[in-house]
Each structure stands twice: as structure tokens, then as C-alpha cells.
Write a protein that binds this ligand. Sequence first.
Ligand code: TRP
Length: 359
Amino acid sequence: MTTILDTAPDDDELGLPAARRRSAALERQIHERPGRFRALTGDRPTGRLHLGHYFGTLHNRVRLQNLGVDMMVLIADYQVLTDRDVADRLAEHVEDLTLDYLAVGIDPDRATVFTHSAVPALNQLLLPFLSLVSVSELGRNPTVKDEIAHSRQSAVSGLMFTYPVHQAADILFCKAGLVPVGQDQLPHLEVARTVARRFNSRYGPVFPEPEALLSAAPLLLGTDGGKMSKSRGNAIALAATSDETARMIRGAKTDADRNITYDPAARPEVSSLVLLAALCLDRDPHEVAGEIGGRGAAGLKGVVTDAVNDRFAPIRARRAELALDRAHIRRVLRDGNEWANAIADDTLKEVREAMKAFY
Ligand code: TRP
């Protein structure tokens, strides 16, 4: 399998419209020959995944896997420590995340689920990679700046500044050509591309330059109208029961206009609920809103609750079943880690040979 793409983007194509155009072109290439692509993406194990993750990325990962793309799914456990001092209940979160992945359809026979702390050679790549970026470049990363601004820590750790380079190692260790991510990850992807380019020109060609595959992630708000987030208690977990789902939707923020419409700019909370129902039903949000019409917030909430509970019933049932077999979950991780280690060892060997640090 090769991950080198035949149409590299121009160097000045860094903006969002360009990234979108590029993603559309990549989609066409994937459909033509899925088997030549390896994709890597992942999550920090900080809690259970929610519906925003499902429609934003999980769904897309399963789609790529089913098309025949070689999917690497990373549980980024070291990255948990970027904005907090201790990684609480890490093992539990790692298992929960694995359960979420398997429940939505990530298939361990076709995809690799692994944790980066279990792959020493991946982490060793961080050292040569750090030598390839300047301190001022690290300080300019907009996603890092934003995370520092929202961090609950009193002091910013060195990991906060350097984790994008570690993330470059996540991507480059397996020479992934595709990184399916949301917009906020684009600066990190630029770091990975820069590291690959600089490594290759300093030591010889080892790494393909990875490309972002932007998914058209729908913007779902939390039930309080704010950004949906694991830590804000405003997200419906994939694994929630139908009662929990009903309760959260009942408490969701709406507005005083009884006529339900889909108008995200003017009515963000109501529109987000309409969108959630539409996504679950695979329907157009305007149509869904039109049918609810004058039945008001209560009518809307009833439709959304049923739509979510129906759509996720099979996923939740599968998750509950998988949760009974912890040994299986641990085996999936062990196998994934073993394969990731084999890949990482090969890459590190190439890196050391290229650097003439092989004795
Ligand atoms: N930073 C990503 C997030 O918070 C998680 C992540 C870690 C990741 N390493 C990655 C995503 C490599 C894509 C590729 O969501």
C-alpha cells in the first residue's frame, strides 16, 4: 500500500476553502482506489463519546473503513495531560472509548484501535521531530492558543506547546496519508506536514505529507445552547439510556416562538434540535421543522427524543452487549497495540537509518 498522493496541494493552499476543495478531490480518489489510503484519526480518552462525535466524525470513520481505507484509530492517552494535571480514570476512559468505537461499527478486523502510550517507537519520533520546529512556531499555533485561553491550569505545561509535534508523530509513524478531522485540527495537520517536509529534506525521503480530510461536520449545540462538550454536562452520550436521552432533551434550551423552523443563525437552540432529529432520520432539517410546525418546543422535543432513541437503539444494544466482555475489549486493544508497534518499529528504524543514527 502506498500513501503518497499523486496530486499534492500548492503550498499556498492553506486556507479553509482550499482545504475543503482538497478534501473533495481526495474523496474522489478514495472512491476510485480506497485500498491505497491509510487514514489516522483519534480522540483523547476523557470520557464517553457523544452524539456530536458520532455525526461529526465516528460515522465518517466507519464509512471510510467500509469503503476499504486502512483505518488507524488512536486513543491519544498522553494527550489527555495537555490541559490537566492528572489523567483521571484513564483505563476506564480508554475502555469506554473502545466500546464506543466498536458499538458504532469500527471493526477490529479491518481497523486498528491503539493507545499511543503503548507504542514506544511512536513516542521516540517526538525527539527528532521537535528539532525540526522552532519555539516561535509552537507558540503561534491557534488551536494551542485557544486551549491555553480555556485551560483550567494555572501554569501552561511544556506538553501543551509540544503536543502538536507529538500529534505529528501519531500521524507520521504509520505514514497515514489521510487525517479525517474537524477544522480545529487543521493547524496541527500543518505541523505534521511541515515536520514531514523538513525531515525529508534534511535526512532523505521517509514521510509522505499527510492531508486533512475535512468532513462536513454538522454543528450540534449542547442542550444548554453552548458548545457540545463532554465536560460541560450538555452532551447526550452515545451510551445514554433512552430515559437519560429523554430527560436531557426535555431540559434542552429552546425559545418562545411556538412555530418550529430551521434557522440556525436566528434560532440556534431550536435549530440544533431540529438538526439532531434530521440527522437521526436522514432527512432534511427544513422538512422536519415544517412537519412539527406549530406544535411548539414540546412537540419538537418529542420528535427529537424518538428520533435519537430509534437511531441509537441498535448501537446502544451492541454497546451493552460488548460491555459484558471486558476481556474482548482488552484483546482488541492488545492486538491493535501490537500492530501499531510493528509499524512504529519499522518507521523508527527507517528514521534512524536516514539520520545515520543506526549502530
Ligand atoms: N487532538 C485530537 C483531538 O483532541 C486527538 C488526536 C490526537 C488526533 N492525535 C491525533 C487527531 C492525530 C487526529 C490525528 O480531538
